[in-house]
Design a protein around this ligand. Structure first.
Ligand SMILES: NC(=O)CC[C@H](N)C(=O)O
Length: 322
């Protein structure tokens, strides 16, 4: 079945989701990264971007926050672009772990594979795979440029966050060296860990992330710059990765409840991709026990329900002018 959806309907749904969720309490800022613990917990914004570049934004959508694990999607795209879908499956995997994002147990259970580029282990492995091999500056440039191409504008490194996270990331250090032992780090381990920590510390706005989500929804073409950021054949791979593990141990529940392939970060952002239709980002710092933003989840759930959208339904939507 084909249903028509207008810009005004989508815009109303975004504003309604904001109003319905703005007073939701609950959750806590990420406490294990000192910088994030101190962010204003009442910040809240939603931004939605259509493939033609039109943006609908409400709330704190130009506040710059730490991208954290949402960056895993962007660098997974880079690794896919550089090495191809089969190599990423062989070298990292595409499985859900059913466990927290920093689980060492997941690495042991999965018989030494990092499972997916969208948990810490696989994201550090993805950073190790980024070309040019052995060249820290060159690799950082590739990660940064890829991010900028997806966002349509440059992110800004939040130095304080980078130092805060570098000084406290003992779990990620353990993950990196365990993977090294298993032959799953493909470049210098400390360099790979540092690249991962730095990409997590990039400052972005909800609006930028919505544009990057819309770039995925638009098969790799950035709706604002009109530049191709990645090959269209990768879209289904990226959306599959997000669907499988975007909410860590709550991924199945999330997908079942909303039908929105999405990815979270402990900075408080959630990005969602409806292929062909839009990319969206909701942002609010307080998190649930799995590290997923409480208010952002509620807002995106509200949005999907009010638009009657679900990536698994047999209803297909056409964006029309009136
Ligand atoms: N889920 C997240 O956003 C975690 C990212 C954070 N940089 C970490 O490695 O712990």
């Amino acid at each position: 079945m084909i249903t028509r959806l207008t810009f005004d309907q989508i815009s109303t749904a975004v504003h309604d989701a904001y109003e319905a969720c703005k007073d939701i309490k609950g959750g806590q800022n990420a406490h294990y990264i000192p910088y994030l613990a101190n962010i204003n917990p009442s910040l809240f914004g939603i931004s939605l971007c259509l493939p033609d570049g039109r943006l609908i934004s409400v709330g704190d959508t130009d506040y710059r926050f730490g991208i954290e694990s949402v960056s895993k999607v962007h660098t997974a795209i880079l690794a896919l672009e550089q090495h191809g879908a089969q190599a990423i499956l062989d070298d990292i995997g595409a499985d859900a772990t059913g466990l927290p994002f920093n689980s060492i147990f997941a690495i042991l259970l999965e018989n030494d594979r990092p499972s997916t580029p969208l948990v810490n282990a696989g994201a550090i492995a993805a950073c190790s795979l980024v070309e040019p091999h052995g060249d820290a500056d060159g690799k950082w440039k590739a990660i940064f440029d890829n991010m900028a191409a997806l966002l349509g504008s440059e992110p800004v490194l939040i130095d304080e966050l980078y130092h805060s996270e570098s000084a406290t990331n003992f779990d990620n250090r353990s993950i990196t060296w365990l993977l090294q032992e298993y032959g799953r780090i493909y470049d210098d381990p400390e360099m790979s860990l540092d690249l991962y920590t730095r990409q997590c510390s990039l400052g972005v706005t909800a609006e930028q992330l919505a544009i990057s989500a819309a770039t995925i929804a638009d098969d790799g073409v950035n709706p604002l710059t009109k530049q191709r950021a990645f090959g269209a054949e990768l879209t289904s791979k990226v959306v599959a990765l997000m669907s499988a593990v975007g909410f860590y141990e709550h991924s199945g529940d999330w997908l079942y409840a909303t039908g929105l392939p999405a990815k979270t970060g402990v900075g408080g952002a959630v990005i969602g991709v409806m292929p062909g239709l839009f990319g969206v980002c909701a942002f609010a710092p307080p998190l649930d026990d799995a590290g997923n933003s409480v208010k952002a989840q509620a807002a995106l759930k509200h949005l999907m329900k009010s638009l009657n959208l679900n990536v698994f339904s047999n209803t297909h939507f056409d964006l029309v002018e009136t």
